[in-house]
Structure formats: structure tokens, C-alpha cells
Design a protein around this ligand. Structure first.
Ligand code: FE
Ligand code: ZN
Length: 239
């Protein structure tokens, strides 16, 4: 598989996946059409599928123009149907499809918002989690009880430790600083903060991360119980 990750808008990421066996190309999230078209043209790729993680504007705004220009089919969360009424297929927990020969399984991962899903590629050890988890962080909670997001994070964290996690935003510098303030005795967090600072100073993306790295340095995943998770999420909102 070929993977292209690139920035859209200020800090959103979009990812293109190309199955080499069939040439099929899928986009995960569509913050804007223009950067996606530029990336496709640069690589000489068509666009067959658009996979949406949740119905927030900064993940779907590019859909209409991309569909008009490429004819791509749109796969969207069942609970985001009001935001994406023209999607070709609505999916939820347990649904499966493929990008050429790449097998994809849908997980419900509510918590940032209720409609949020993630796309798990088990054979390729990859998961696309949108705004559920970020590198060293997690999404904000919009009017939902915190147990939903905590359960979704723990489920992602239970995947094999070599699994790569692709998230929807570059928020890692802020997340790493918060992590260092939250677990000041954690040497792996301190070391990773320095790595992240160097990567961002060099303009490098900190996505994807891995389950192994997140288990060691993500203070939301590491929270010992729901109360600690909820307190850390609240504290991050004010950090
Ligand atoms: Fe969002
Ligand atoms: Zn977002």
C-alpha cells in the first residue's frame, strides 16, 4: 500500500491510501478539496472512495467538490447521515468493506461526538481514528459523558502494540507539553516531548503514532480510572 499524509486547513490531516494490487485509492477525511486534488494530481492518482470519520465540518467540507470532480463514492458514519445525506453508504460497528484488496473494518468510537467511527485495517495494522485519539492526546468531549471517549481510547489502546494510529489533527506539541506537566516523573514522556519539539521545528508530521508509544506517553489512555481520565480531559481544556 502507498500512503500519502498531508495537511489541510490549519492543522487537519487527510490521508490517501492506494492499493497497489488494483490501483484503487481512498481518502480518509476531506477537510478541503483543493489540497486533496493537488496531492492526487501530483501522484497521478484517481479517487475511488472517501471515508469519513465523523460529521464535523473540518472533516467533511471537501466532500461535495471532491465527489463532483472525481466521482468518488462516500462512506460515512450511520449517525452522521444528517451531515452527509448524499453519502453512498452508511456504516457502523462491525461493517466491512475493502479498498481494492485492503480489508477495512468499522468500529464505533464515540466520545468526541456520538457519530464518530474509526476505520481499522487489521491485516495492515493501521487504524484511522479521526478526532477520537491524537498523538499523545485525545479529542475534546462535546456534550457527552466522558466514559464513551475513555472506552473508545482503551479499545484503540488494546490493539497490537505495532499498530499505527492515524489521527485527524496535528495537536501534538500542546499534547506533549500537557503530558509532561501531568506526569512529570515519566521519563518517556519527557524524552518524547523533546523529540516532538524537534520534529515540529523541522516541519515534520507527528502522525501516525503507534499503540506502543501511546501506551507509554498518552496520559489520557494511561489514566487509571474514569475519574482520572475526566479530570485530565477537563484540565487539558484549560491548559
Ligand atoms: Fe471533530
Ligand atoms: Zn477535527
Amino acid at each position: 500500500m502507498e500512503i500519502a499524509l498531508f495537511t489541510c486547513l490549519a492543522d487537519n490531516y487527510a490521508v490517501l491510501l492506494r492499493d497497489e494490487a488494483t490501483g484503487m485509492v481512498a481518502l480518509v477525511d476531506a477537510p478541503a478539496a483543493e489540497p486533496v486534488m493537488t496531492e492526487l494530481e501530483k501522484r497521478g492518482w484517481g479517487l475511488d472512495l472517501i471515508l469519513i470519520t465523523h460529521g464535523h465540518h473540518d472533516h467533511i467540507a471537501g466532500v461535495p467538490a471532491l465527489v463532483a470532480r472525481s466521482g468518488a463514492k462516500v462512506i460515512a458514519p450511520a449517525l452522521a447521515a444528517d451531515m452527509l445525506p448524499k453519502a453512498d453508504r452508511f456504516v457502523r460497528e462491525g461493517d466491512r468493506f475493502s479498498i481494492g484488496e485492503i480489508a477495512v473494518e468499522v468500529w464505533d468510537t464515540p466520545g468526541h461526538c456520538l457519530d464518530h467511527i474509526s476505520y481499522h485495517l487489521p491485516a495492515d495494522e493501521m487504524i484511522f481514528v479521526g478526532d477520537t485519539m491524537f498523538t499523545m492526546g485525545c479529542g475534546r468531549i462535546f456534550n457527552l459523558p466522558p466514559d464513551l471517549l475513555f472506552a473508545s481510547l482503551r479499545r484503540i489502546g488494546s490493539l497490537p502494540e505495532t499498530t499505527r494510529i492515524f489521527s485527524g489533527h496535528e495537536y501534538t506539541l500542546s499534547n506533549a507539553r500537557f503530558a509532561a506537566a501531568t506526569e512529570p516523573e515519566n521519563g518517556l514522556i519527557r524524552a518524547r516531548l523533546r523529540t516532538i519539539e524537534a520534529m515540529r521545528a523541522g516541519g515534520l508530521p507527528t502522525v501516525p503514532t503507534t499503540v506502543r508509544e501511546e501506551r507509554a506517553t498518552n496520559v489520557f489512555l494511561r489514566a487509571k480510572d474514569l475519574a482520572e481520565f475526566a479530570a485530565r480531559r477537563e484540565a487539558k481544556n484549560r491548559f
